[in-house]
Design a protein around this ligand. Sequence first.
Ligand code: PXP
Length: 260
Amino acid sequence: MLLGVNIDHIAVLREARKVADPDPLDALAICKRAGADQITIHLREDRRHMHDSDARNIITLSSLPVNLECAIAPSMIDIACRLRPHRVTLVPEKREEVTTEGGLAVTGEQPRLKEAIKRLHQEEIEVSLFIDPTLDAVRASLTLGVEWIEFHTGKYANIYAMLYSNLAKTHHSIPELELSRKILKQMLDDELRNLRLLSCDAMELRLKVAAGHGLNYNNVNDIVAIETIEELNIGQSIVARSVYTGLEQAILDMKAKMIR
Ligand code: PXP
């Protein structure tokens, strides 16, 4: 299973002080050494973390394939076409969000998406769509002719966190708590089943399947077990761990979790 390391969070730390360090460019050699398969970066329209110069330098200097996430705005597609990364993942963007909150409206944005995908394909850039795990979104992606889809795993990660982080800390056996645990466990199983079935459908339709958002060292196991998911893009949890272990060890730890 492939790992794309999302290094935006290194730029987030730098931008907290608006200084030069840490420079996300320094992560490239470490990611490669640790066995990452891809570098993932998000150039946001508001340039909140990565700057144009980061994206340009990373795409030019990375010996690993670079997956550039960006919005479908024509100005962002202009940049992507100029920079020519290995892959572009089209993502929805809202100015006020803390992070990408949901998948693309693939069924509602068809003309704009078609145009963006056509332009990227003309530059021989492979295209992925960051979508919610629904059958409609998978079908719409197929009609758009992209090579990849990436399932937004935020809902799965949120349910997992509610079930294991918060409720698990309360050891009392209160009936209401037991009921909440049971409901959350059912929701988690349903979401995993949904991801498993849709990944299978997508693979049969010859779409390559990635997944990402909110994945960490605890919740990643059940996603790794879905054999039809080829790649994970993970950022926050790896960069968070790297503060204590160093980036190389944090990536090695995640890669170890991803062995099937
Ligand atoms: N994949 C996509 C398309 C993303 O936009 C992001 C960042 O939100 C990620 C993966 C990584 O998410 P996280 O930082 O929660 O691991």
